[in-house]
Design a protein around this ligand. Structure first.
Ligand code: GDG
Length: 468
């Protein structure tokens, strides 16, 4: 179950309607497994105010859940993206608390839970994805105590001092505790969750185990631990080896005026990604003369995101003002200081960009994992390129051979950029080899297998069935 289905609804100019599988790591990882087990995917098709019948797509049952225009506004853009998202990302932007948004979140979570309860076979395993559906595990357990229920949170779980601001903090925890296994990106996220449970409910926790009272005498064991998500590493490497994509990467360098160094940022245009901090550090380096736009270009892909949420409109203005100023001050004819792109690109073009980037800048102020960092590494089969990575992205727990930075410390970002630009080939290659081992050892298939084994193995233990 996820807020969005892994398929997009398309209408051709002649009015013919069809479904297209949206590419993504999660779909790739789960597809074979779901086909084998006659799985169903429950989610919203991305079109408001329309009912769609369940259908089969590539051997997977698709179960569409309806959202009205008001649900999209209150449950999705409101509570999910303007309450939970900023709250869970360290209140970088102030969260809005509105009771009608909460009511809609409850209603929509109920609808999702009912849809899953109706299609799940007896004793089935249900895996609920992400912060939009945190109430579903409890609702499902109440409706269908026979199910094995897992939940994975793709974004951070905040420290108690921040989490406790949420007026519905108890309801959300109770919703999540309906699951048998609750997965987080980082050890710290799982720790924050367990602490919140202790503080608000006083349930005993030991290591990753939480004992949730079921009846007066009995308690149910819930496991909360980290499962760092990853990407389909091999498929990214495969694209990078395609001659046409390598040719495109050479062409990109050419079109940018053949700079000595190409730096790259790829982010949804989101205030959590630290795009402004990156631009500030780069601008200071240009102003001081430590870098010159004749030699260095920053390519910034800022893909459009949540464009109806006010904080995102403000962010766009802020970033585009900074980009315009920086280019006005430092670009020369034929050598842009920043090549800025506010659109989405096909995956092939992203891979060509990763291939041409000598330095990849990931400066998130808070990020559950950050898959862009892993994609850059997977693509670099030439063992070259430098990853500059924020400590505040979950990926930094694994990708320790990156140049790690505190993005709030502009001097630190500046010296990391200079270190990356001037890094000798041998060191680049040593670091990249180590990073690549991490990204290929833990790919998205390993991630989902590890989560599901823990979930189903754990449930068997709880039910007294011996593991084999
Ligand atoms: C959330 C969490 C966690 C971006 N622009 C284009 C494009 N992308 C692709 C990237 C990457 C994905 O979107 C972004 O993933 P991230 O992990 O970087 O960030 P979020 O979107 O915030 O994802 C995050 C993730 O969930 C998974 O758990 O890592 O922390 O916030 O795959 O390549 N892809 C294409 N064109 C674009 O213009 N094709």
């Amino acid at each position: 179950m996820s807020n969005r289905l892994p398929v997009d609804h398309e209408v051709a100019p002649d009015g013919t309607e069809s479904w297209r599988t949206s590419p993504g790591g999660l779909v790739t990882a789960l597809e074979p497994l779901m086909r084998e087990s006659e799985g169903a995917w429950v989610g919203w098709p991305g079109v408001a105010d329309r009912d769609f019948e369940p259908f089969s797509n590539d051997g997977i049952s698709i179960v569409p859940v309806r959202l009205s225009t008001q649900d999209v506004e209150f449950y999705y853009e409101g509570f999910s993206n303007d309450t939970l998202w900023p709250l869970y990302h360290d209140v970088i932007s102030p969260p809005s608390f509105h009771r009608e948004w909460w009511d809609s979140y409850v209603t929509v979570n109920k609808r999702f839970a009912a849809a899953a309860a109706a299609v799940a076979a007896p004793g089935a395993t249900v895996w609920v994805q992400d912060y939009q559906l945190q109430l579903v595990p409890r609702m499902l357990r109440d409706a269908r105590p026979d199910l094995v229920i897992g939940f994975f949170n793709h974004i951070p779980f905040p420290p108690y001092g921040i989490y406790s601001q949420l007026p519905w903090r108890k309801q959300i925890l109770d919703g999540l505790l309906g699951a048998d296994l609750i997965g987080f990106q980082r050890v710290a996220d799982a720790g924050n969750f367990s602490r919140a449970v202790r503080r608000l409910f006083g349930y005993p926790t030991r290591g990753t185990a939480i004992d949730v009272p079921d009846t007066a005498q009995h308690s149910r064991r819930v496991i909360a631990r980290h499962f760092p998500i990853s990407i389909d590493s091999a498929s990214f490497e495969e694209l990078a080896k395609r001659p046409d994509i390598q040719e495109r990467s050479r062409q990109i360098r050419e079109e940018l005026g053949n700079p000595k160094t190409i730096m790259l940022g790829v982010d949804r245009l989101d205030y959590t990604k630290g795009i402004g901090h990156r631009i500030k550090a780069y601008g200071e380096l240009l102003a001081e003369g430590s870098l010159s736009a004749e030699d260095v270009t920053l390519v910034q892909v800022a893909s459009p995101s949540r464009e109806r949420v006010a904080a995102y409109m403000d962010l766009r203005d802020e970033i585009e003002l900074a980009v315009g100023r920086l280019n006005g001050d430092h670009s020369t004819i034929g050598h842009p200081a920043i090549s800025y792109h506010h659109h989405g690109y096909p995956r092939e073009e992203m891979v060509a960009l990763y291939l041409s980037a000598d330095v990849m800048l990931v400066t998130a102020l808070r990020d559950g994992m950050n898959l862009v960092a892993k994609e850059y590494v997977a693509v670099r089969f030439d063992n070259d390129g430098v990853l500059v990575l924020s400590e505040f992205a979950g990926a930094s727990d694994e990708l320790k051979q990156a140049v790690l930075i505190n993005p709030h410390d502009i001097e630190d970002v500046k010296s990391a950029i200079l270190q990356a630009v001037n890094m000798p080939k041998r060191e680049r290659s040593r670091r990249m080899r180590a990073l690549r081992r991490k990204v290929f050892d833990n790919d998205v298939a390993a991630w989902s297998a590890s989560f599901l084994e823990t979930l189903t193995g754990g449930a068997k233990v709880a039910a007294g069935v011996p593991e084999n």
